[in-house]
Design a binder for this molecule. Structure first.
Ligand SMILES: *Cc1c(COP(=O)(O)O)cnc(C)c1O
Length: 376
């Protein structure tokens, strides 16, 4: 019999319990107004989110995946073009790029941080390469200064995948402000999440924002005039209204994640075999996830499950080993860092509503596993 879950990996019902009156008022406001797509709430959220990120423009859309596609299309990147990203990311990064019609080229991850390894970029460039999509995975940040150097030297565009990095920084500057466009997701479990799907592009270029607004709305420049071939990918008023309720709380919730991570950091010294990621001092993380590495990851996960602690693996199969992406043409062994990490990573419970007692329970269980291993 599987024991009851005592520490859940995520718990959005606790968030709603905290913000309930404001969320309910927002929903009633939208229903009462009777306007549901691209209205005042979306416009208001776009302004507030752009200001929060520190960008001039924000364009809401249907998902983080669509945000990546729209960003590349706004930059006129598509069929015949290549876009570089990292083998250690989740599938939608690649889906978003391929939906623009471009071909994905991969680089391996850095051994310590598991972020995109900037040292591999030059070798992955071909005459068809048009853009780099750095993924600020786990709520950390890619080494942006060296990445931007390569982009500048090679004349490449940069579209940041910020789906896991709302508020994280590189050398004190927020992720999402480095590239030509940044793609955000508001999938419910992200650091800023809607009550359904949602996404956004942010940019400093008003011309790109204008193109993004057309592309997300069937390519229309004004009602019934199609300036370009677009898609339907819009943020709706209900999601925008809920995101406006939650946005003022993101910094506080990120601080709570950082405090929990600081407590988990004790594991490196007290649990032999458990290795947290090694992030550069340049990174100000917001800990969307808290992955640790262990050679006997599956046993650790089973042990934690037996103690009622829910964990997940991010990610068990690197991009180039996925059945769907076999035709990208990468052999097994070609991305050694991402491949080894996939067998060792385990994400511990991480969300702002974890109690101190729950954090204690996770730490004690991981320590107990390490003790039992040493005794064996
Ligand atoms: C969640 C996520 C996406 C996709 O976002 P959706 O809103 O689910 O489409 C893309 N990239 C990364 C790194 C993600 O974590």
């Amino acid at each position: 019999m599987t024991p009851a879950v005592r520490v859940r990996f995520g718990d959005l019902a606790r968030e709603f319990a905290e913000l309930q009156p404001a969320c309910s008022a927002a929903i009633e406001r939208v229903l009462g107004r009777g306007w549901f797509v691209l209205g005042d709430e979306v416009r208001g959220f776009e302004q507030e989110f752009a200001a929060w990120v520190g960008a001039r423009e924000c364009v809401g859309c249907g998902s983080g995946t669509d945000a990546l596609t729209l960003a590349l299309r706004a930059l006129e990147i598509g069929p015949g073009d290549e876009v570089i990203t990292v083998a250690n990311t989740c599938g939608p990064t690649v889906v978003g790029i391929e939906n623009a019609g471009a071909r994905v080229r991969l680089v391996d991850a850095e051994p310590g941080s598991l972020m995109l390894d900037v040292a591999g970029l030059e070798a992955a460039c071909t005459p068809r390469t048009r853009a780099i999509v750095p993924v600020h995975l786990y709520g950390a940040a890619v080494s942006m200064d060296p990445l931007l150097d390569v982009a500048r030297r090679r004349g490449l565009r940069v579209v940041e995948d910020c789906a896991q990095s709302h508020g994280s920084t590189w050398r004190g500057r927020k992720t999402g402000t480095f590239g030509d466009i940044a793609a955000f997701s508001f999938y419910p479990s992200k650091n800023l999440g809607a009550a359904g799907d949602g996404g956004a592009c942010v940019t400093d270029a008003p011309g790109l924002a204008e193109r993004l607004r057309q592309l997300r709305n069937y390519g229309q420049s004004s009602r019934y005039t199609h300036a370009t071939r677009g898609i339907n990918s819009r943020l709706d008023e209900l999601q925008a209204a809920l995101l406006r309720v939650k946005l003022p709380h993101v910094e506080r919730m990120n601080r709570r994640r950082v405090a929990i991570a600081a407590r988990y950091a004790v594991l490196a010294a007290t649990s032999a075999g458990v290795r947290p990621l090694e992030l550069a001092a340049d990174v100000g993380p917001v800990h969307h996830l808290y992955p640790v590495r262990h050679r006997r990851r599956d046993e650790l996960q089973t042990f934690l499950r037996s103690r009622g602690i829910e964990t997940f693996i991010h990610y068990p199969i690197p991009i180039h080993r996925q059945p769907a992406f076999a035709d990208l043409g990468y052999r097994p062994g070609s991305m050694p860092v991402a491949e080894q990490a996939a067998g060792e990573l385990l994400s511990l419970p991480m969300h702002p509503w974890l109690t101190e007692g729950e954090v204690d329970a996770v730490i004690e269980a991981v320590q107990a596993f390490a003790r039992a291993e040493r005794a064996a």
